[in-house]
Design a protein around this ligand. Structure first.
Ligand code: ZN
Ligand code: ZN
Length: 378
């Protein structure tokens, strides 16, 4: 039976929400418990080892000596074309290994003395390297801990098992790499126009059950595991997500940056799998388009044609980019208050445009053209 317990709250505040090694916080201390070791993962700068040797920092030198290399299990979000290119040119893309790193588990002697295992079993469930797991935390409300994880999924942390070591059957530890819910991301160094809020790193394209892979590591007591998580790597090659939880992006500990995701639409924005997009059917185009961007393009064009055209002394700068990259505050649209539009999801999809000017009140429907190649959407 796995006793329910929490993780110790973080002692030091990292740049982001810190996750610390597992030490039962609420269990009574028995002699066996007292023997339990709390492990910590540190990231020594191996390149500096020679310099450390000349200085007095024995502690750092010791860390370097015990350091191990970790290949991140989160492979790069390769596209088929990139894979093909790599095979043809026999070169390795250097962007795909940014999460690999040196790390040292301390206390090193205790960690290294434990035997490595390929798997372990909790409550009949077998856990192996590379499996994703739900982890109970101090942030997991007490009432959720016995409930179905599926119903309270985001009250749990998610991690990927990298290595298993055990002292005996009662003391089993897993070295893990953390996954972050998009809501847990720290704000970027420079403000991004697609941030949901200035206080957090979640972007408009992040789905509500989207996880971000990271190279933040920890050693956890496996008793903090609440079950296996079904997490898929979504490569954005299609829009049919089989699993409720997925990852497509990586967060790098060293740079504190998110990896790139595919760009779509005339705005060069991204795809939120929970918001449907339109795909141009022209075989040579196939662009994915945001609904809001389509409405914006059509209303801007209609405004030019029927309103600005009525009033030739007024000039506008033509079509505005919907939510272009790196743009600060959105400028008010020239058609605002004068025209409104909404798309009806028929086949073919149609836009209903309303002229809101006093005395002009009317409404009409139009076919929708791809703003890139002018093919009508089907
Ligand atoms: Zn767009
Ligand atoms: Zn097109």
């Amino acid at each position: 039976m796995a006793p329910k317990h929490g993780l110790k709250p973080p002692k030091e505040s990292h740049l982001k929400r810190a996750k610390t090694s597992a030490t039962p916080a609420s269990r009574s201390v028995t002699p066996a418990e007292a023997a339990k070791v709390s492990f910590k993962v540190l990231y020594p700068d191996i390149n500096m080892m020679d310099m450390y040797a000349e200085t007095t920092s024995k502690k750092v030198l010791e860390l370097c000596k015990h350091a191990e290399w970790q290949d991140s299990p989160f492979e790069a979000p390769y596209t088929e074309t990139e894979k093909q290119m790599e095979m043809e040119t026999e070169t390795e893309t250097d962007t795909d290994r940014t999460l690999d790193q040196w790390y040292t588990v301390v206390p090193s002697a205790e960690w290294e003395s434990m035997k490595k295992y390929n798997n372990f079993i909790i409550q009949g469930e077998t856990y192996k390297n590379n499996h994703f797991v739900y982890v109970r935390s101090t942030e997991t409300p007490q009432h959720d801990r016995d409930k179905d994880i599926e119903e309270n999924i985001k009250d749990f942390w998610v991690a990927r098992i990298l290595q298993v070591r055990a002292l005996n059957a009662q003391h089993v530890y897993a070295l893990v790499a953390w996954m972050y819910w998009a809501d847990e991301l720290p704000p970027p160094k420079t403000r991004s126009p697609d941030q949901i809020s200035p206080r957090g790193g979640k972007r408009t394209y992040h789905g509500s059950h989207e996880l971000i892979a990271s190279n933040y590591m920890d050693v956890l007591d496996v008793l903090s595991f609440a079950g296996k998580a079904d997490v898929v790597h979504w490569k954005e090659e299609d829009d049919s997500l089989q699993s409720r939880i997925y990852w497509r992006q990586r967060f790098c500990r060293q740079t504190q940056e998110l990896s790139k995701v595919r760009t779509h639409c005339i705005c060069e924005g991204h795809f939120n799998p929970e918001v449907s997009m339109y795909i141009c059917d022209s075989p040579s185009c196939k662009i994915w388009l945001h609904k809001a961007c389509l409405v914006d393009v059509i209303l801007t064009r209609t405004y030019e044609k029927i309103i600005n055209g009525d009033n030739p002394t007024k000039q506008t700068n033509g079509v505005t980019k919907a939510n272009g990259k790196g743009k600060g505050k959105a400028k008010p649209k020239p058609y605002q208050g004068k025209l409104s539009g909404r798309i009806e999801d028929d086949s073919p999809p149609m836009i209903v445009i309303k002229d809101l000017r006093p005395g002009h009140v009317r409404e009409w429907r139009e076919r929708i053209e791809c703003p890139k190649c002018e093919t009508e959407l089907q």
